[in-house]
Design a protein around this ligand. Structure first.
Ligand code: AHR
Length: 512
């Protein structure tokens, strides 16, 4: 009898440990998931701009509008890119915007010193970028040059782009360059990685410089205020956040940045496609650290800003591996596998769940660089697994976040563990609820039981992104190897929803 009892309890422990549970608090929605959490980043780096977005006005082989690829525009419109950060990155603190306006033949060339010393002919500049954002329906986020620029230069950029006609020589200059009216440019970054390529500054010094630059940054129009983003911390540099919160006057900034890359080891990053389970595990460990980073940076901000009026903008994030064999090491061109899909899905769930503080995030980078959503090779274009995750998740944009309580199994590798199941949920303006779920485990499927509180759903549908190998990717030869498919595996019984998620898969469910 005693033996039987021991067996029975062992058995039940097994069953319990195999079951992940989620409580969906469908009636506790309070905060909006800012659509800008689904933002992107484009730098003058490798083939992000040239060959990615821009192929030149005289290109005869690839369809374009004013030199911007139409296939790229169409793909990004489907993604609903809300905001696009430009022109860098490290490039931003070497960029002098006036080199990139006016007649193209008269624009000076320079060397792109951060990214391979290649010639930058400035044929893609402010007008080209802002016009492209209008076509995309994305808000521009301009990263100002604080590292090697001047307050005057940044103030002039604001005048050139946003001030009303005939209000300064800069606005006359804009009209002379063919733009009849101002653009709408709300988001402005004051330098990039001021602690590194943006000037190797100490935070105390940067805080002073920030105040100086911010003083002259205004559109002098209170109804259309600029949103100023300070160059934020790297990873777990909490001192950086603490000093900025202490030293920046509240009226001078709206958000602090934060950069975090999921890199295995800066001197040995590993292949983007031929990786072991150990490497996958380490990448995911770095990626999931985002939960801790956002929590702790936010807790510091809470001390100075308990009402969360100041935001966190994770304006660079993503996976970083070795470049593809045979490509320029400075161009950061890497393939994109199911590892990246899982990384993106889990990270976006973290951002959604922290949407009270995280109001913007920018995946690095949008085309042909790092964890890109699009890869191009001459006239060919590939949508990566990360693209598909961003597209599946765009249902969360501007929806009300519904809190979820996740009790998850552990993904075990050797002596180390990670949480297997990552989830977030939201309710959109039409009343539909979406739950996005990721199984990080590389080997075990996860059975998930969702207890629904505060709603009475009648139907569930879903989509899944999965593949038979973690290392699979979409290539120029086989661009549709990994695409989202219908997911019919979720069973709704009253207030219970049950499903199984295959290893390294991303699922988005819709409940009505
Ligand atoms: O995204 C590539 C580089 O990474 C950016 O230029 C820089 O800000 C970061 O270090």
């Amino acid at each position: 009898m005693k033996k039987l009892f021991v067996l029975a309890s062992l058995f039940s422990v097994n069953i319990l440990s195999a079951q992940n549970t989620i409580v969906l608090n469908a009636d506790k929605g309070k905060d909006i998931i800012d659509k800008n959490i689904y933002g992107h980043f484009a730098e003058h780096l490798g083939h992000c701009i040239y060959g990615g977005f821009y192929i030149g006005d005289s290109n005869k082989t690839i369809p374009h509008k004013d030199g911007v690829r139409l296939d790229v525009i169409n793909a990004l419109k489907k993604l609903k890119v809300p905001v696009l950060r430009w022109p860098g990155g490290c490039f931003a603190d070497t960029y002098h915007w006036q080199d990139g306006v006016g007649p193209k033949k008269e624009r000076p060339s320079m060397l792109n010193v951060w990214w391979g010393n290649v010639k930058e002919d400035n044929s893609f500049g402010t007008n080209e970028f802002l016009n492209m954002c209008e076509i995309l329906g994305a808000e521009p986020y301009l990263s100002g040059n604080v590292g090697s620029g001047t307050p005057q230069e940044l103030s002039d950029w604001i005048k050139y782009t946003t001030h009303p006609n005939s209000s300064s020589p800069m606005t006359d200059y804009r009209q002379k360059n063919g733009r009849p009216n101002p653009w709408k440019v709300k988001f402005w970054g004051l330098g990039n990685e001021a602690w590194g390529c943006g000037g190797n500054m100490k935070v105390e010094y940067y805080a002073n410089i920030y105040r100086q630059y911010a003083t002259f940054m205004t559109n002098w129009n209170n109804s259309d205020k600029l949103y100023r983003i300070a160059s934020g911390a790297s990873d777990d540099d909490y001192h950086w956040t603490e000093v900025l919160m202490k030293e920046l006057p509240a009226g001078m900034y709206d958000a602090l940045g934060l950069h975090h890359y999921s890199v295995i080891n800066w001197s040995k990053k590993g292949s983007a496609t031929a990786f072991s389970e150990e490497e996958y595990f380490t990448t995911m460990k770095r990626a999931l650290q985002m939960e801790e980073l956002v929590t702790k940076h936010s807790a510091i901000m809470d001390k100075y800003d308990p009402q969360k009026k100041k935001h966190l903008a994770v304006d660079e994030w993503g996976g970083w591996y070795d470049v593809e064999p045979g490509t320029n090491g400075a161009f950061l061109f890497q393939q994109n596998t199911m590892r990246d899909a899982v990384l993106a899905g889990a990270t976006l769930n973290i951002f959604n769940n922290h949407c009270d503080r995280v109001k913007m995030a920018n995946l690095a980078q949008i085309i042909n660089v790092l964890q890109a959503v699009i890869l191009t090779k001459e006239e060919k274009l590939v949508l990566t697994p990360t693209y598909h995750v961003m597209e599946m998740y765009n249902v969360h944009q501007d929806a009300t976040m519904l809190p979820v309580e996740v009790t998850s199994n552990k993904y075990i590798l050797g002596k180390d563990t990670l949480t297997s199941v990552w989830a977030s949920a939201s309710k959109n303006k039409n009343g539909a609820t979406h739950i996005s779920l990721v199984n990080v485990d590389a080997k075990q499927p996860q059975s998930v039981s969702i207890n629904i509180n505060g709603a009475n759903y009648k139907a569930v549908t879903g989509r899944i992104l999965t593949s038979d190998k973690l290392q699979n990717y979409n290539s120029f030869e086989n661009p549709n190897k990994i695409v989202p498919t219908a997911f019919n595996g979720a069973q709704l019984n009253g207030s219970k929803l049950n499903l199984n998620i295959p290893p390294y898969s991303v699922v988005v469910l819709e409940l009505k």
